[in-house]
Design a binder for this molecule. Structure first.
Ligand SMILES: [Zn+2]
Length: 294
């Protein structure tokens, strides 16, 4: 007797059945398995359908490169556009946030990156100021030291300084956006320290700063990220049902979805009809259906 079955179990069953029937396994969306879509797979081995393109520029931001690698999960694209607009509204007149690579339109491998394959990753250049404190546009992937300075032009000996004030406003906007479900903000430890020190000095809410400290992380398996921030969003519960994996860290402050439980009849109908139900309304205290993977 199978009893009632949680949605992650259902996803595995549908995935296994799809593989067996040759309809396509998770990680390979196919018209024959229409419920497997969106950010599919993990950031290092995945694909993307129904992505949203980040425009070349907009309120408070500008894209760094051409059109090929401008696609992402709509939550990711919306989150960065909203955050950039918030910073511009709070500190008008500054240089735009420079957004570098997202993903290809259909995801998969792209140059220069091991991840960025499922529309859940993007790179951000730091806000910078000139030595006399004027906001200037980041010229592109310059390395910042522990003093918050970067050599922007070797020949002219021109330095730029990390704009900790606007960096904090950006990180605050991303951390506060629960819809975005930011999973990580990969950045060098010493640059995180400068930004967090600034947040504490200006008396920001302790809990918010703690959330930001959790998201900001120097990656252990790649460069220290002293020239950009790599932002990654987690899978939402609904996306996890549709094939998004490595949803990872279910941060305790994010809203949870109630696990969807199905009777045997409902399960059979879903398997036959490819008709997976959406998770029920979210509630901060309910149990979660998200798979936790590191
Ligand atoms: Zn990246």
């Amino acid at each position: 007797m199978m009893g009632r079955v949680g949605v992650s179990m259902l996803r595995r069953l549908v995935g296994a059945l799809s593989c067996v029937l040759g309809l396509g396994c998770f990680g390979s969306p196919t018209p024959l398995a229409p419920t497997i879509r969106g950010s599919v797979g993990v950031p290092h081995h995945g694909t993307l359908t129904d992505g949203k393109a980040l425009p070349s520029h907009g309120p408070g931001f500008r894209r760094f490169r051409g059109d090929a690698i401008r696609w992402g999960n709509p939550r990711l694209v919306d989150a960065i556009m909203e955050a950039a607009a918030t910073v511009q509204r709070l500190r008008p007149g500054g240089a735009p946030l420079i957004v570098a690579d997202l993903s290809a339109q259909r995801g998969g491998k792209i140059p220069r990156h091991r991840s960025h394959r499922s529309g859940r990753d993007l790179d951000l250049l730091f806000y910078v100021v000139s030595p006399d404190g004027r906001s200037v546009q980041n010229p592109g992937f310059i390395h910042f030291g522990r003093d918050g300075l970067a050599l922007a032009d070797k020949r002219k000996g021109r330095f730029l300084r990390l704009d900790v004030e606007r960096m904090w406003l950006l990180i605050k906007a991303l951390t506060s956006n629960q819809q975005a479900r930011v999973q990580w903000l990969f950045v060098a430890r010493w640059l995180e320290a400068l930004v967090i020190e600034h947040a504490r000095a200006r008396g920001e809410d302790d809990e918010l700063v703690w959330h930001a400290e959790n998201l900001l992380r120097q990656p252990g398996d790649s460069s220290a990220h002293d020239d950009h921030i790599h932002m990654r969003i987690a899978c939402s519960p609904a996306e996890a049902v549709a094939g998004c994996s490595g949803g990872g860290y279910d941060w305790p402050w994010l809203p949870k979805a109630q696990p969807v439980e199905l009777s045997d009849d409902e399960l059979l109908a879903a398997l036959l009809d490819d008709d997976l139900p959406a998770p029920r309304a979210t509630s901060p205290d309910s149990a979660t259906a998200i798979e936790s993977q590191p």
